[in-house]
Design a protein around this ligand. Structure first.
Ligand code: ATP
Ligand code: MG
Length: 527
């Protein structure tokens, strides 16, 4: 009724019915209404049946769904695992290869290429690894190269920390000073110097002030304590604020140069002395030449004079002999005078013959020289002068002879000079000259002594020097003993002197014996 009153359609329902009302109008005039009523009981029953069916269906579906979901979940779980494995592999492979690459770099294989198959997300990282390897390689190679250069340096190189401690010491330094690197590293540079620490402190102070220094001379000390002179150059490495970071010291061994310098100084100091010595030697050589020229000229003169004397003496000698033989017996006194005249002419011709032999130009032919014979010849020549000066000559000549192999003229010259010196040393009222020869197995000795004025101690070392003489320039040149010394040395012998002032002098000569002769003598004496 209500819808009619409101002239609109109304629906309403309860549990059992569903009601729809609508007014019926004709030209807006309500003429009635329609009420339709549906019974809902059957429908509810139907619905209840349907619900029961649906429930059953739903249960079935739910059960089925659970199974399906379980399968799906298991499938998903499996897929998850596969996926996780794949993802893990995709992540872990590059990570593993990058890790092994890092290990390779750590082991020093810097230049190996990065793995070619690399997921994009790791590509950048791999490239970074490769570049890093290259960069390390470049730096490491250059460091190795630098180390090789430093260690192949022949000079000394030491790098210091600002406090003077050694940071780098090259091989040449270690070799030169006999250290191992560990023994020097971190020790103060003063350890290396053969001076107190003031020098090294001062050196570093100057380096930090000036930046660089060159050719500072000092001495290093080896581990064994030997001093080595060196020339040092150095520089200070500064940072951008001008603070010293390192000191670099370079040095080289100047032992040889120092030695040369010292020798030069020595030579310079001795130059004058050497010049004088050389001048003396030259003068001596010159004088020797003059001396031998003088002797040779004298020899020639004596040769021609004695030749001139020889003929008349030979004539006189003949006449004297004829006088004795043809004029019959003479009285005793005349006979004695004739004998004396004959003896004197013989002595004169003997003297002339010996004089000729004595001053003949020297030939340097080595022969068997009889020393005893030479001494006898000299004494014969000097006989008169010995008598005049009341000099007694006592000779003790080796009865088995005294023979050597040598140059007879030179040996004669030596003995003549020594005997003449002995004679000249005896001044005043006469004296004694002793001449003694001795033949030994390997040596022949000649000893000539006098009781003359002797030789002052200060002159003993000088008498064999050329031009050393205590005689007036008329009497002596001072060459006699120096020439004698040379001759004896040339013959492989020796000459020595013993003397005391006012107590005479003794000259001892030893010469290599004529071995064959000496051996012969020995066998004779033993039979
Ligand atoms: N027996 C001696 N006794 C003392 N002094 C001697 C003796 N022998 C040599 N002397 C000294 O040695 C010096 C050198 O002797 P050396 O024979 O060389 O020269 P010299 O006799 O002075 O001159 P030269 O031999 O050239 O004529 C002599 O001047 C003399 O002072
Ligand atoms: Mg002399």
């Amino acid at each position: 009724m209500k819808s009619l009153a409101q002239r609109s359609m109304l629906t309403f329902y309860d549990k059992n019915t569903y009601t729809v009302t609508t007014p019926v109008l004709i030209e807006d005039e309500l003429i009635g209404g329609i009420l339709v009523q549906f019974s809902l009981g059957a429908m509810w029953r139907e619905i209840e049946h349907a619900m029961v069916d649906f429930q059953a269906l739903e249960n079935k579906v739910i059960r089925q769904s659970f199974i399906n979901i379980g399968v799906i979940l298991a499938l998903f779980a499996f897929l998850d695992l596969v996926l996780a494995y794949l993802i893990a592999r995709r992540l872990s492979d590059p990570i593993t290869s990058l890790a092994s690459r890092a290990q390779e770099i750590g082991q020093g294989r810097y230049e190996a290429p990065s793995p070619s198959k690399m997921p994009d997300e790791f590509r950048g990282l791999a490239d970074a690894f490769e570049n890093m390897g290259k960069e390390i390689n470049a730096k490491t190679v250059s460091k190795k190269f630098l180390n090789a250069v430093i260690d192949s340096m022949l000079g000394i190189l030491v790098v210091l920390k600002p406090n003077g401690e050694m940071e780098l010491i090259n091989q040449a330094t270690l070799d030169l000073l006999g250290y191992r690197e560990a023994q020097l590293k971190d020790r103060n540079i003063a350890t290396l110097f053969d001076t107190d620490s003031t020098f090294s402190n001062d050196l570093l102070a100057r380096l930090s002030r000036k930046g660089r220094l060159a050719n500072i001379e000092s001495s290093l000390k080896t581990r064994a304590g030997k001093s080595i002179p060196v020339s040092i150059s150095g520089s200070a490495l500064l940072d951008c604020d001008g603070v010293v970071q390192k000191y670099i010291l370079l040095a080289h061994d100047i032992t040889e140069r120092k030695q040369t310098e010292q020798n030069l100084v020595k030579y310079r100091d001795n130059l004058e002395e050497q010049v004088q010595e050389r001048t003396r030697e030259l003068q001596a050589t010159h004088q020797k030449l003059l001396h031998s020229e003088k002797l040779s000229a004298l020899g020639k003169l004596i040769g021609s004079v004695s030749h001139e004397f020889n003929n008349p003496i030979y004539g006189i000698s003949n006449i004297l002999h004829q006088l004795r033989e043809h004029e019959g017996p003479l009285n005793e006194e005349l006979n004695h005078l004739l004998d004396l005249a004959i003896r004197e002419t013989r002595r004169m011709s003997d003297l002339i013959r010996r004089l000729q032999g004595f001053y003949q130009p020297m030939d340097e032919v080595v022969t068997l020289v009889d020393i005893n014979e030479i001494i006898n010849d000299i004494l014969l020549l000097s006989d008169k002068s010995f008598n005049d000066r009341k000099i007694i000559v006592k000779k003790t000549l080796s009865p088995s002879g005294a023979r050597i192999h040598g140059i007879a003229d030179q040996i004669r010259q030596v003995l003549l000079n020594i005997i003449q010196n002995a004679q000249e040393a005896i001044v005043g009222k006469g004296g004694l000259i002793c001449i003694y020869t001795r033949q030994e197995m390997e040596k022949t000795y000649i000893i000539i002594s006098d009781d003359g004025i002797g030789i002052p101690r200060g002159n003993l070392d000088r008498i064999f020097d050329p031009f050393f003489t205590t005689k007036s320039s008329v009497k002596g040149t001072g060459l006699g003993l120096s020439i004698s010394y040379d001759i004896i040395k040339k013959h492989g012998g020796d000459i020595s002197v013993e003397s005391r002032p006012e107590a005479g002098a003794t000259f001892t000569l030893s010469l290599p014996a004529n071995i064959a002769f000496a051996a012969d003598q020995k066998s004779q004496s033993s039979t």
